[in-house]
Design a protein around this ligand. Structure first.
Ligand code: AMP
Length: 455
């Protein structure tokens, strides 16, 4: 078996790997690290959870240690492109963890925050830039950032960038690199647009595939419950209140759907928070931190916001709605069973979603075991205050007591669905009228979206 010490990495990087407690390289690390150190272009077919981040961060840091030197004003030596802000932040965290014993510099360039601090960080030049394509292009077109000294570029989760409509931006960005550079392209799946990107921009790449394409990790126990929309809420609450749920991500297809799930869970005493594209960057960071620190045990997320989130010990992934794209199911359930552990993935499927379920089963090549939902699901469930997921929360993390203002809300006239007046009109996809006008986010400017937004 290959050891990290066989990979010819700098001793201070090996020390950081030891700090992380890794005993041996994962298959993708075993193959990508030597190829990158050799200067080869690489196409890696790998899902999150395979150790792909260390596979490119370690050789990058090693190369910079071996040939020290600044990048030059407004320039970087290595560029990592990621589809979401969360993934970009997480990659930067990994760089800081693996580079903890060596001098290095990293800057995250993402939308959703004012660009001032990013422009300032770039002005002196930086070793590694981790960026989402929209904001990066903005800074490049205003002359605040240039790629003419960039030696290495990594495209992480390329298929997700394709789904988000970033492909034209990526092609423009890659077109601005100097003629001599190294490229690593990582993708969980290999649709033909990614293939043609690789053949247009990569030079005789080594192709590495570490997991059977689109197959969920074997360690995940999957099941599906058939329940119609109104039943799903109670079923979700009951599942989350189960004895063995320690930390769960609940997936919804839409941002509004995520908010509604949080409201419903909180009604029965289960603390939850949503993360999606309508939340500010600071809200997203706060929520993720609370989830990582176990102050929050249930995270409700849309696909894009959750993409690439690397949090250990997620015991359950629950698909409140079945994704309409089969590959998305594989990505979702991959949030659990990380770092060699097992996990449980439960899907709630209504009549309109059966066709999506069939597509998923075709993709993964097996049928997902059916479970029977409890019969009394439509009966309203009162607060689940005895559930471990509620009890486990420290007192200071319990939902804040309702203020007087909330009491008044109860008196509002209700419509036939029992919804208070203030919330009437907040039906699926109908919350835009009351939303305060928002300035367009700079990183969205270049994001033509395909289909319905789920960020
Ligand atoms: P990634 O696929 O980069 O998102 O990594 C998934 C998880 O695997 C992260 O929690 C890493 O800390 C962990 N990891 C990365 N490399 C190794 C390794 N060689 N041994 C054990 N865990 C690892």
């Amino acid at each position: 078996m290959t050891k990290f010490s066989d990979l010819a990495l700098h001793s201070e990087l090996l020390r950081a790997i030891e700090d992380q407690g890794y005993s041996s390289p994962t298959p993708i690390q075993e193959q990508v690290i030597p190829a990158m150190l050799d200067g080869r272009d690489v196409v890696g077919i790998a899902q999150t959870g395979t150790g792909k981040t260390a596979a490119f961060v370690l050789p990058l840091l090693h190369k910079h240690l071996n040939s020290p030197g600044g990048a030059g004003h407004k320039k970087c030596r290595a560029l990592i492109l990621a589809p979401t802000r969360e993934l970009a932040a997480q990659i930067a965290e990994s760089i800081n963890a693996y580079g903890t014993h060596v001098h290095h510099s990293v800057t995250v360039i993402v939308g959703g925050v004012r660009p001032g601090a990013q422009v300032k960080a770039l002005s002196a030049g930086v070793e590694i830039v981790v960026a989402t394509p929209g904001r990066l292009e903005d800074l490049m077109s205003s002359g605040k950032f240039r790629l003419d000294r960039t030696q290495t570029v990594v495209l992480d989760e390329a298929d997700q960038m394709l789904d988000l409509g970033f492909m034209p931006a990526i092609r423009r960005i890659l077109g601005k690199l100097p003629p001599k550079h190294q490229t690593l392209l990582l993708s969980a799946t290999m649709p033909k647009q990614i293939r043609s990107l690789a053949s247009d921009f990569l030079n005789n790449p080594l192709e590495i595939s570490v997991a059977p394409q689109s197959r969920p990790i074997e360690r995940i126990t999957q099941s599906v419950y058939f329940a119609e929309k109104p039943e799903k809420r109670n079923l979700l609450a009951k599942l989350l209140a189960g004895q063995d749920v320690k930390r769960a991500i609940v997936f919804t297809r839409t941002k509004h759907g995520a908010n509604k799930v949080v409201q419903n869970l909180e009604k029965v005493g289960i603390k939850a928070a949503a993360i999606h594209g309508n939340k500010s960057q600071s809200q997203r960071v706060r929520t993720l931190d609370a989830f990582k620190n176990s102050q929050l045990n249930v995270l409700v997320a849309t696909d894009i916001a959750a993409r690439g989130i690397d949090i250990d010990d997620i015991s359950h992934v629950i698909n409140f709605e079945i994704p309409n794209i089969a590959e998305t199911y594989v990505h979702r359930i991959g949030r659990t069973a990380r770092a060699g552990k097992g996990g449980i993935a439960i899907s709630l499927c209504d009549g309109s979603e059966r066709k999506f379920l069939r597509g998923i089963e075709k993709l993964i090549g097996k049928s997902i075991p059916r479970e029977n939902a409890p019969k009394d699901l439509l009966e309203s469930i009162s607060a689940i205050i005895d559930a471990p997921i509620v009890r486990n929360l420290a007192p200071e993390n319990e939902p804040p007591k309702k203020k007087k203002k909330d009491k008044k809300k109860k008196k509002r006239p209700k419509n036939k669905h029992g919804v208070g007046k203030k919330y009437q009109g907040f039906g699926e996809g109908n919350n835009t009228k009351t939303a305060s006008p928002k300035k367009p986010r700079p990183d969205r400017k270049h994001r033509p979206r395909r289909g319905k937004s789920t960020d």
